[in-house]
Write a protein that binds this ligand. Structure first.
Ligand code: ZN
Length: 456
């Protein structure tokens, strides 16, 4: 995951205009006393809408009614009914319509990339993703702090996780979720005693939210890189299984770790040639490599997760398998002839090789035209770096680019600005990070990157 700094405020995010309805009146009674100008044409603010959701969620969770500002008792049954209406209302009070209006602002702030797998998504399928699902945490449904962006695959895999997600290391799911809410299944073991069942109080419920936030590695947390690690996986046959390598500057589309790849596999599904796939057939690396097995690819994997690493966010989006200790390869296993529509692994692999090529070209350019060279025809490095930044932006997978670059040119901590004119240590990784974030190309770059945490 790319480390990001999430925006606190989305400038255009607001409850859309809506007509007056029975639902609207019921909701406005919760946040506006009689006489306040909510009935009629006034629209909810986001804070008011959030307050309504908070009020209703609290009643359902505690199974205790509460009075609205008109003194009318809202029973748990009333609250459930209102929630149902908010989910299904055919007007702009519908929950999806409200938070959905945040989408363009989120894209402006974070770029057109999935917050989890980092795949670029340039169409309407890049969606607002709720970190804690709105179905179980209705009170968080319209809060920017609970938003990320997700590609269709990650969104689908994540579903209602982490609520229904098996916790790190296995065990019972956090909560078996059924709409509207079912807290009857025990929570994770780390939840304080007394919270193993449905929270009995609102503070317990809020504490549960915090536990779930803390139990997962989200992209705005320090260390998000390690949660979606990068390595190249090479299938070495049934006996050896997958082997993992670090970036190798000799790697190309026809060689890996200096070994010649004898064929490129254009997709493994018979009759469905997909030339752009970086799926590789047969590598002459060693006898252990079995003929006619597809080889590659980039997968984040955690055969033995190091201390402090939390692959559970990768698990959440179907990108890490605790059973095998492997990443995306388990969900696109070319060794079994299975070909999924999940494109995350293939696109990530392509980004890996593109980054290798770019680094080697930059390295050559740097040799003939050092950073900080005076203006003129010798500025090849500077110009090429700008082009590489544009390429990387279009490719996506920021973490892959930085991983590859940082392997050969470890970033100088805190030195992400351009190499000083007239000298200074040239550092490709620092220049790259600066180039795709601080000086992002027009219409591109990786907006919202947390530069301080941007080195693996
Ligand atoms: Zn994704």
């Amino acid at each position: 995951m790319r480390p990001i700094t999430k925006p606190a405020v989305l400038p255009n995010y607001a409850v859309p205009a809506h007509g007056v309805s029975a639902l609207y009146n019921a909701m406005s009674d919760i946040v506006a006393p009689t006489g306040a100008p909510y009935r009629g044409t006034a629209q909810f603010t986001l804070n008011e809408y959030a307050s309504v959701l908070d009020f209703l969620q609290r009643i359902v969770i505690t199974n205790t009614g509460a009075n609205d500002l008109h003194g009318t008792l809202i029973t748990p049954a009333d609250a459930t009914n209102l929630i149902q209406q908010i989910y299904t209302a055919a007007n702009n009070l519908k929950l999806d319509d409200v938070y959905g209006s945040a989408r363009l602002d989120m894209i402006s702030a974070l770029g057109q990339y999935c917050s989890f797998c980092e795949m670029p998504v340039g169409d309407s399928s890049l969606a607002i993703e709720h970190m804690l699902p709105k179905s179980a945490f209705l009170n968080l449904a319209v809060l920017t702090a609970n938003f990320l962006l997700a590609c269709p695959v990650c969104n689908s895999k994540k579903s209602n996780n982490p609520v229904s997600q098996t916790p790190l290391g296995g065990g019972a799911p956090f909560i078996t979720y059924q709409w509207p809410i079912n807290w009857s299944t025990p929570l994770i073991p780390s939840v304080p005693v007394g919270m193993a069942l449905k929270p009995a109080s609102w503070p317990d419920y809020l504490n549960t939210e915090q536990v779930l936030f803390n139990a997962y590695m989200w992209p705005q947390y320090t260390g998000s890189y390690q949660s979606f690690d990068q390595q190249l996986a090479i299938y070495a046959g049934a006996a050896l299984g997958y082997q993992y390598t670090q970036p190798n500057r000799l790697d190309t589309i026809t060689t890996i770790q200096g070994q010649t790849i004898t064929a490129l596999l254009h997709g493994v599904r018979a009759g469905h040639a997909i030339p752009e796939d970086v799926s590789i057939l047969t590598i002459s690396r060693a006898a252990a490599f079995i003929q006619n097995n597809s080889v590659p690819v980039v997968a984040h994997n955690f055969l033995a997760p190091p201390a402090g690493v939390f692959p559970n966010s990768a698990t959440m989006v179907g990108a890490f398998n605790f059973g095998t200790g492997r990443g995306l390869i388990d969900f696109n296993d070319t060794t079994t002839g299975t070909y999924f529509t999940d494109r995350r692994m293939f696109n990530r692999t392509k980004a890996w090789f593109n980054a290798l090529y770019a680094f080697n070209r930059l390295n050559s350019a740097q040799a003939i035209s050092p950073p900080g060279a005076p203006p003129g025809p010798t500025q090849a490095y500077t110009i090429l770096m700008q082009e590489v930044c544009s390429t990387a932006s279009a490719n996506g997978f920021f973490s892959v680019w930085v991983t590859v670059f940082n392997t050969f040119a470890p970033a100088v901590a805190g030195a992400f600005g351009p190499t000083p004119a007239g000298g200074g240590l040239p550092n490709l990784t620092c220049d790259f990070i600066n180039g795709v974030t601080v000086n992002a190309p027009v219409g591109g770059g990786f907006p919202g990157t947390n530069i301080i945490n941007s080195v693996p």
